[in-house]
Write a protein that binds this ligand. Structure first.
Ligand SMILES: Cc1ncc(COP(=O)(O)O)c(C=O)c1O
Ligand SMILES: N[C@@H](CCOP(=O)(O)O)C(=O)O
Length: 471
């Protein structure tokens, strides 16, 4: 399988190079040249398979020859073996036709672990094979950072630097990044928003001299491997609810558009998905785009679902590329317009496709709180604020009551947001015993300005690989 850039000006790469590249050299995002197809029989045959076996089936056509099926299977078994639930991503029924897909049974209690645990093993495997090293940078609004630091801590092949917006993540999220003691992992607070941090990451990728000097790699969902590893749970959930015989709908708490794009990929591969519902919090750029056909940035509002406090949804670029018929010059112009004027028009053809592929709704802060309290009162189930946005959106999506099973992706455990949960429910959800010292462990992190040269200098000074002259 070859991968092409959404901006059409970077070389096509195979899976291993895409895995290490992160962002394409023209600033675009890699997508596969074609979408592999599964027949309905092949999809139905996933029923009853262990999660890791479905992951191998889903990833194999994307990975190609470079990594053997046996190695991929061993990495998937290892990645998912340590999850806190035997099903890895269990479904819990909370209403007649409503199911919560719990994606938070990994080490850092958020859906990011599902992809990151496998991604770390894939990267290590490829770097080991090439006798090479990488410097990984990432931006986080709270969860990607902890998942990346957990997955790569102690790795001898990589140094990890995660930028998070100062004061805009929960204490639990911050401490998951700042308390690990391994010398190869670093959390950096940036004076700014997640969008600023993500812009710094992209700027480092686009600064080719720096990129080559430190052998930059990325673990945000700009990295294709992150997306494809998230596709697995759409198949697993849909098959458990009868996929093949009937369609299933999904409501997805959305920020960087990665998780919902993974659902779109599952659909392109043959999974019968009735509705993909984009759920946003007050930072509602995507629902507004679905209404108007115009993507327009506003300031970011801090909410009780901080991981979704995002205006620039990186993976929307992948979707635009598909929706406009893979015209990279159109995407390039849209991204240029976003940079210059903080807006772009989706275009009439892509707008029609967008409205056909997705529904969208925005949950305000009161609606998030009401949803958490209502679902708890009605079913006893405790939603975290991100998942609550998705329940709210699922209730409002057109055609959400057709008798089609509705799966709400639960992207984080409520214990990651104890202050918000206490404020909303009066109860403080506790962390699992294995994290009992998290809130008292010593933290280490610098606070840097939103300034490219300052951040690059910190990375160059602190990457072991660079200091030791190994890259
Ligand atoms: C808990 C949680 N929910 C939802 C999201 C949104 O996911 P995505 O960025 O893939 O749209 C994030 C972060 O991305 C998150 O951490
Ligand atoms: N919500 C995310 C933001 C980054 O998203 P990613 O999926 O592109 O890594 C976070 O928690 O960091």
């Amino acid at each position: 399988m070859k991968y092409v850039s959404t901006r059409g000006q970077a070389p096509s790469l195979d899976f291993e190079d895409v895995l290490l590249a992160g962002l394409a050299r023209d600033g675009g995002l890699y997508v596969p040249e074609q979408w592999p197809q599964f027949s309905q029989e092949a999809i139905e045959a996933f029923a009853g398979m262990p999660f890791s076996d479905v992951a191998v089936e889903v990833l194999s056509p994307y990975v190609g020859e470079g990594i053997s099926r046996a190695d991929l299977a061993a990495m998937a078994r290892d990645a998912y073996g340590a999850f806190g639930h035997a099903a890895v991503t269990p479904l819990v029924q909370i209403d007649t036709n409503r199911f919560v897909l719990e994606l938070f049974h990994g080490p850092t209690l958020a859906f990011k672990d599902v992809a990151m645990q496998l991604l770390a093993r894939l990267m290590d495997h490829v770097l080991e094979k090439r006798d090479s090293r990488a410097t990984i940078i990432g931006a986080t609004s709270g969860d990607t950072g902890g998942a990346a630091i957990e997955a790569f801590r102690g790795s001898k092949n990589v140094d990890v630097f995660i930028l998070f917006p100062e004061g805009r993540v929960s204490d639990v999220q911050r401490r998951m990044m700042t308390t690990p003691r391994e010398a190869n992992v670093h959390a950096i607070a940036v004076r700014g928003t997640f969008d600023d941090a993500q812009a710094l990451v992209k700027a480092m990728f686009n600064h080719h001299a720096f990129r080559d000097r430190v052998q930059l790699s990325g673990v945000n969902s700009i990295n294709w491997a992150r997306i494809v590893a998230q596709v697995t749970y759409y198949f697993v959930a849909a098959v458990a609810l009868g996929a093949g015989r009937r369609p299933v709908s999904f409501a997805v708490p959305t920020g960087n558009f990665g998780d919902i794009f993974a659902g779109y990929v599952a659909k392109r591969m043959g999974l019968a998905i009735d509705r993909l519902v984009i759920a946003s919090n007050e930072n509602d750029i995507l629902p507004r785009t679905l209404e108007t056909g115009s993507y327009e940035m506003r300031g970011v509002t801090a909410t009780t679902s901080p991981s979704m406090d995002i205006q620039i949804s990186s993976n929307f670029e992948r979707y635009l590329f598909e929706a406009c018929g893979r015209q990279s010059d159109v995407v390039r112009a849209q991204m240029e317009s976003l940079k210059q004027s903080r807006r772009f028009d989706v275009g009439s053809r892509a707008f029609e496709t967008l409205k056909a592929d997705f529904a969208a709704a925005r949950a305000g802060e009161n609606e998030v709180a009401d949803t958490i309290r209502r679902v708890q009162a009605e079913s006893g189930y405790l939603l975290d604020p991100h998942t609550a946005c998705a329940v709210w959106a699922a209730d409002r999506a057109p055609e959400s009551n057709m008798g089609v099973p509705q799966v709400v992706l639960s992207t984080a455990h409520p214990a990651k947001f104890p202050d918000a949960m206490e404020q909303i429910t009066g109860m403080r959800p506790g962390l699992p015993d294995r994290l009992s010292t998290l809130l008292s462990d010593e933290e280490r992190y610098p606070v840097l300005d939103n300034d490219l040269s300052q951040v690059e200098a910190f990375i160059e000074q602190n990457a072991r690989a660079i200091r030791q002259g190994q890259v």
